[in-house]
Design a protein around this ligand. Sequence first.
Ligand code: E4P
Length: 217
Amino acid sequence: MKFFVDTAEIDAIAELNDLGMVDGVTTNPSLIMKSGRDILEVTKEICELVDGPVSAEVVAMDSDAMIAEGRKLAEIAENITVKVPLTWDGLKACKVLSGEGKMVNVTLCFSANQALLAAKAGATFISPFIGRLDDMALDGLELIDDIRTVYDNYGFETEILAASIRSVNHVLECARIGADVMTAPPNVIKALASHPLTDKGLAAFMADWEKTGQKIL
Ligand code: E4P
């Protein structure tokens, strides 16, 4: 499963990228707002840092304006993925932009039927939002499973980009189901390294090592 990092914070992306943990980046208008940066400038910096796809989201509501924004965003770098919302206009924009050879990420997906439409419109990635379904006491992981089944039934090549990941359990379950990609905030990716038994075991080793009075260096 590929790891995308869901942030527009350059330092956090750089830290994970240096460890080889970043296969791509996703941003959205809220993440750009949180970064306090200009969308074109920060997206360019991210594209220079990371080799993989970098999603930058359009903000227009009608398809013609989405297409114009998508073309402008795609000029930033070759690894830009234009992110469009899963609306009828977003699907029209997806069809046109993907037809031009641009990568398109269709976002804000909350049903397998929506994912089916995105695949038929030529999406490179479909972004089902797990956490936001869980927030409503629905089952976000069930959606990932449903989309996997539907796409596999018909051989759609659109990649399932599991989004709105809030926990390490979401990551594990997405990998079990077979999501192609997951995008998570830096803190969730870093939390994958943590386990209480690792901490406990390390503390015991260090206590015993102290008793030996030895040094390695
Ligand atoms: C990714 O493309 C989405 O923008 C993101 O994962 C949304 O996550 P949230 O529901 O935690 O805001």
